[in-house]
Design a binder for this molecule. Structure first.
Ligand SMILES: Nc1ncnc2c1ncn2[C@@H]1O[C@H](COP(=O)(O)OP(=O)(O)OP(=O)(O)O)[C@@H](O)[C@H]1O
Ligand SMILES: [Mg+2]
Length: 254
C-alpha cells in the first residue's frame, strides 16, 4: 500500500492516553498538516510512524513496509525531522552528513552531490566545515532537514520543521517540499504556524487529546466548522475551543 497509513493506533503513557484509536492516511504527493494544541499527540503520532515509540495497538505501514514488523525496510523509506533534532554537535555538517549518508549506504559521490545541492539551497555551504556546537537554532534545523532528505525518502515525517527558520529559508524548504511531492513523496508535517499550514498543506488533520477532531482540505474544514470563507486560524480556534468541544463534536457529525 502506497503512502503513510496509520490504522486504529493507540498509545498510552501510564494512565495518560496520548493517542487514541487514530486512523490517518497520507497519499503519495500529499503534504498533510498535523495541527493541534500542545500535548494533543502530534509528536507521539510521528514517533510511532518512525518506530521510536511503539504503539499499544494498531498498525502503521509506509509504502508497503509494516513499521512494527519490517522496521529496517520502513526506515529506508522515511526521512524524519524530530521536534528537537539531536545532532552530534562536535562534528561539522560535512562530517555529520557523511556519517548519515554512510548509515544509509549512499555512495560517496552521490552523497556529496546531494549534500552540496541541499546546503547550497539552504545557504549553509559556507558553514560546511564549522563545528555545529556554535550554530544557531535555525542553522541546526537546516542541517536536520538536509539529513532527513539525503537518502531520497518516499515518506517524510517533519515535526515542526520550520522552527527557527527565517522567512527566506521557510520559502526554500516550502519549495523543496513542493518539488518532492511532485515526485510522489508523502509528507506528514506538524506546525503551530497556521498560515504555513494553510499555504502548504493539501490536507489538514486537527488533533485534540489524542484523537482527530476534524480532517480534510481547508475548504472542508471551514464548512465543518460552519465558517465558510474564514481563515484556518478562526477555524482552528473554533474547532479546538475547549468550552464548546462537545458541541463541536456534535456539529462535526452532521
Ligand atoms: N515519553 C513520554 N512519557 C510520558 N508522557 C508522554 C511522553 N511523550 C508524550 N507524553 C504525553 O503524551 C501527550 C501527547 O504529547 P505529544 O508530545 O505527542 O504532544 P504534541 O501534540 O506533540 O504537543 P506539542 O504541540 O507541545 O509539541 C502529552 O500529554 C504528553 O505529556
Ligand atoms: Mg510535539
Amino acid at each position: 500500500m502506497d503512502g503513510i497509513n496509520l490504522e486504529s493506533v493507540t498509545k498510552s503513557f501510564g494512565s495518560k492516553v496520548a493517542v487514541r484509536d487514530l486512523t490517518l492516511y497520507v497519499a503519495p504527493g500529499e503534504i498533510h498538516g498535523l495541527l493541534g494544541p500542545n500535548g494533543s499527540g502530534k509528536s507521539t503520532t510521528m514517533k510511532m510512524v518512525m518506530g521510536i515509540v511503539k504503539p499499544d495497538r494498531g498498525q502503521i505501514n509506509l509504502f508497503g513496509a509494516d513499521v512494527l514488523h519490517r522496521p529496517v525496510e520502513a526506515k529506508r523509506l522515511v526521512g524524519y525531522v524530530p521536534e528537537l533534532p539531536y545532532l552530534y554537535e562536535y562534528l561539522t555538517p560535512s562530517e555529520y552528513l557523511d556519517f548519515i549518508g554512510t548509515a544509509y549506504h549512499i555512495d560517496v559521490k552521490t552523497r556529496r552531490e546531494r549534500v552540496d545541492e541541499l546546503l547550497e539551497a539552504l545557504q549553509m555551504r559556507e558553514h560546511i566545515n564549522e563545528v555545529m556546537s556554535g550554530f544557531s537554532q535555525g542553522m541546526k534545523q537546516k542541517i536536520a532537514i538536509t539529513a532527513s532528505l539525503l537518502h531520497r525518502p518516499k515518506a517524510l515525517i517533519l515535526d515542526e520543521p520550520l522552527n527557527g527558520l527565517d522567512p527566506r529559508s521557510v520559502r526554500i524548504v516550502k519549495d523543496i517540499l513542493q518539488r518532492l511531492t511532485g515526485e510522489g513523496v508523502a509528507v506528514l508535517f506538524s506546525t503551530h504556524v497556521l498560515e504555513i499550514a494553510e499555504a502548504m498543506c493539501h490536507k489538514i488533520t486537527i488533533m485534540s487529546e489524542g484523537t482527530i477532531l476534524a480532517e480534510g482540505t481547508m475548504q472542508e474544514l471551514r464548512s465543518k466548522a460552519g465558517m465558510p470563507g474564514s481563515t484556518l486560524e478562526d477555524t482552528f480556534l473554533k474547532l479546538t475551543g475547549s468550552e464548546d468541544t462537545e458541541k463541536i463534536v456534535e456539529a462535526l457529525k452532521l
